[in-house]
Design a protein around this ligand. Sequence first.
Ligand SMILES: Cc1ncc(COP(=O)(O)O)c(C=O)c1O
Length: 396
Amino acid sequence: MSSRGRTSARLEHLSESWIREMTRVALECGAVNLSQGYPDFDPPPEVREAAAKAVLEGPNQYAVTWGLAELREAIAENLKSRYTPAFDWLDPDLHITITCGVTEGIVAALMAIAEPGDEVIIIEPAHENYTPAVRFAGAEPVYMPLLPPRYELDIERLRAAITPRSKAVILNTPHNPSGRVLNREELLGVAELCIEHDLVAVTDEIYDRILYDGREHIPLATLPGMDERTITVGGLSKTFAITGWRLGFFVAREPWATGTRTVHDFTTICAPTPLQAAGAAAYSLGEDFYARQLEDYHARRDLMMEILAETGFTTGGTPEGAYYIMAGYEDWNHPGESNDFALWLAREVGVAVVGGSHFYNTPGLGERQVRFAFAKKLETLEEARARLLAGIKARG
Ligand SMILES: Cc1ncc(COP(=O)(O)O)c(C=O)c1O
């Protein structure tokens, strides 16, 4: 075939997102959708009203490329007050850029940091977007697995993944899909390696407000020596149940602050302006909103655990953060690998989940496991319970 009829080499190893594909399958066959990580409940009414007002009254035109000042200021204030004094250096005019979601933030960060010849370490199981982001930058992904059942970060294994070509590491906590929240000791280990080997850390902290049993989230940038070598990527999608609004941000010092802004500028110009205005309103909701939301998430998590135990799924522990769990399906007596099982479960039992292998690139890992997403109404989870109970009963 002539080169005219061929897509670029950077797309060679990439395929469609299986998470989004499972949502398509769920819609097609009427399955309860526990595959893609989005809420089936509404965002807070104040936030929706703020969006409607902003669309009616403006702003409706391009925002300054790094984002509406009120939203950047709200994010800066939020980080400064939660992690005093670690983010005192943060100037919202210089160090924060509003992106079209964490997805864009990660791509912009990688495009700013990495180039052909570089390696970027991806800690897996990992969100599907990290590998494409590394490939778009022309760099090589190197995979470092966290192993079930505990998914602890083994610092010696991370050290072994570092080579003279290593440029950056992507770190996600609270973690999708395992539900782990990395503790201070694990994060200090990562920080030490980044400093020793001059690596940049790109952190995905999109679940920083969804933590269970009193756990605390520790941004890597708050650890000694890490603010200058961390691009902290965060988002509003999960915190305010607005995954369709496409709002995220990155926080970085120079040279990464300007570098990532340049990529953002020439790919999107800006995130949707009226929704940025509503995003600023979301940050004024106050601590009681977060407390109530956490209570609701605890109820969802506990119900999910109960359902899994009752319907023949095995787990290595209870999620510490985020809203996912990986579960084994041995008791279902299904011979298929994880993707076959997920497709069968959606079509024959009516519950859509994601095959565990899609979160790993290391061959053999994630097999015989599927991921459940439980950011759903309790009645949605109850419907899943009824279908799963009927399904496992039919398997004898
Ligand atoms: C770890 C992680 N990062 C990023 C995203 C996507 O975030 P956004 O909606 O801000 O692009 C998700 C969505 O499920 C996620 O789980």
